[in-house]
Design a protein around this ligand. Structure first.
Ligand SMILES: Cc1cc2nc3c(=O)[nH]c(=O)nc-3n(C[C@H](O)[C@H](O)[C@H](O)COP(=O)(O)OP(=O)(O)OC[C@H]3O[C@@H](n4cnc5c(N)ncnc54)[C@H](O)[C@@H]3O)c2cc1C
Length: 431
């Protein structure tokens, strides 16, 4: 069955993303204990951990808080962002996988406890995490994930091809695995909520203030500078412009489509058992959930757009690909697409974040390539523990100077995009 409404081309802007009115710029020199470059999930989380220690803190943000990947994201808050538990076991062995999983879970917990403690509105909705096999071949990945989760005492519910329609209506998927204690948010509103809380707690937040230079004890914008004992650079992929990591940090592009609101009945029927946020097993995966106002949010990309050097607005090819996907899997829904936007996510070649101290100046700490919002929340706190308590238990995974399978010299010949595409597909293709 085809859609009742033919696809119309949607507005090229994020549905929930509004430039706030009053932004304070950095216009005069100040001095603090810690200056953070970048006001996304990573920078906000670090600022919160630092202010709790009684430090004086400033965030200096290029545009406005939440304007990067954090505010454009689809707001799935689950440890599953980028790597499933069985991926981590395959890559690092069971013991380390459990440590890493707990670390990501701590990011989920941070976001949850802030929403509960400060009660700001950010579209919080309890939703289970559901991974769906989109081919017969990928059923074995789903079974493996289910069995691995059970083996290590993690909750897991398995759906066969016959029972998967109890989780997602009319589906053409071949199997599924789900678990609970996860949720979705409007991540832009979360960032804005945390901005207000942190300002009340004394964090100085400067927006529309791009940092153009990092020195050993200060950062500079066009108009002024912030002197600090410690500097945390949480600018995600823009780190490659501010520090010597041009070969090791790049970005991947993904797109979100948001439909007009569905009726309450259709929305409830889509996830018959309980609300879920779903991923599929495609190499460039699709992901979807309902928003708080019953719109279908669908994300994905294609091979040509994932590694493009700039965000590609008005990408009709991706729009057609995503709307065909929706027609195939949700033929019962009369979808009218209203919004579409691209977003860039910082990535490394092994898809693990890059986080650690500068090798010449240990007062400077870098974080980039957080593989999702919970990762970002956990890494912000980790950086503060590393700077002020010498925490280093996960440094072996995040070391910014680690070697990747494609060395710099070869990357210089083959080009950044190809080097990242090959390394990333090697990493996820073997799942
Ligand atoms: C479309 C999309 C959907 C996603 N969906 C999900 C999801 O559902 N779940 C999930 O877990 N993850 C998701 N992600 C990934 C997640 O959003 C990121 O991993 C996470 O937000 C990274 O946070 P961050 O603070 O490190 O980076 P950002 O949020 O990008 O923050 C970095 C900040 O640094 C600022 N900056 C850059 N250069 C400078 C400079 N020179 N001076 C000052 N400031 C600077 C930027 O303006 C930006 O605000 C999604 C990402 C995208 C793009």
């Amino acid at each position: 069955m085809r859609h009742k409404n033919p696809p119309t081309y949607p507005m090229d802007q994020a549905y929930w993303y509004l430039c706030p009115n009053s932004l304070e710029r950095l216009t005069k020199n100040i001095e603090v204990d810690l200056v953070i470059v970048g006001g996304g999930m990573t920078g906000l989380s670090a600022a919160q951990a630092a202010i709790k220690r009684g430090l004086s803190v400033a965030i200096v943000e290029k545009t406005f808080v939440g304007s990067g990947a954090s505010g454009k994201s689809s707001g799935f808050i689950t440890p599953d962002a980028e790597f499933s538990f069985s991926d981590l076991v395959r890559m690092h062995g069971a013991q380390d996988a459990q440590r890493i999983w707990q670390f990501i879970q701590s990011g989920v917990d941070t976001i949850y406890s802030n929403i509960m403690q400060y009660s700001f509105e950010c579209g919080y909705e309890k939703k289970d995490t559901l991974t769906l096999a989109s081919t017969k071949h990928s059923v074995k990945k789903i079974i493996h994930e289910h069995e691995t989760r059970l083996k290590y005492d993690l909750e897991s519910n398995f759906y066969t091809q016959q029972t998967v329609s109890t989780a997602i209506q009319n589906s053409g998927y071949y199997a599924g695995v789900s678990y609970g204690k996860t949720f979705s948010i409007k991540a832009f509103d979360y960032c804005q909520g945390m901005k207000n809380i942190l300002q009340q707690q004394g964090v100085h937040i400067f927006e529309e203030s791009p940092v153009i230079k990092i020195l050993s004890d200060r950062i500079k914008t066009h108009d002024a500078q912030v002197t600090a004992k410690h500097i945390l650079i949480a600018s995600d992929y823009a780190l490659s412009e501010l520090a010597p990591f041009a070969y090791d940090i790049y970005h991947a592009q993904t797109f979100l489509l948001v439909s007009a609101p569905l009726s309450e009945t259709l929305a409830r029927e889509l996830f018959p058992e309980r609300p879920m946020m779903a991923w599929d097993t495609d190499l460039i995966y699709h992901y979807f959930r309902l928003t708080h106002d019953n719109r279908l949010l669908l994300g994905g990309a294609d091979i040509f757009s994932t590694y493009s050097s700039q965000p590609s607005f008005h990408n009709r090819r991706v729009f057609k690909q995503l709307s065909h996907y929706a027609q195939k899997y949700f033929p019962q829904l009369p979808l009218q697409w209203e919004y579409m936007w691209p977003g860039l996510i910082g990535i490394t070649k092994d898809l693990f974040p890059l986080a650690g101290k500068d090798k010449d100046n240990p007062n400077i700490y870098y974080i980039s390539g957080a593989a999702g919002l919970p990762w970002a929340a956990a890494l912000g706190r980790y950086a503060i523990d590393a700077l002020y308590e010498k925490r280093d238990d996960l440094d072996e995974f995040f070391n910014p100077y680690r070697r990747f399978c494609i060395p710099h010299a070869l990357q210089a010949i083959m080009g950044t995009r190809l080097a990242f595409a090959l390394s990333n597909f090697k990493q996820v293709g073997s799942l």
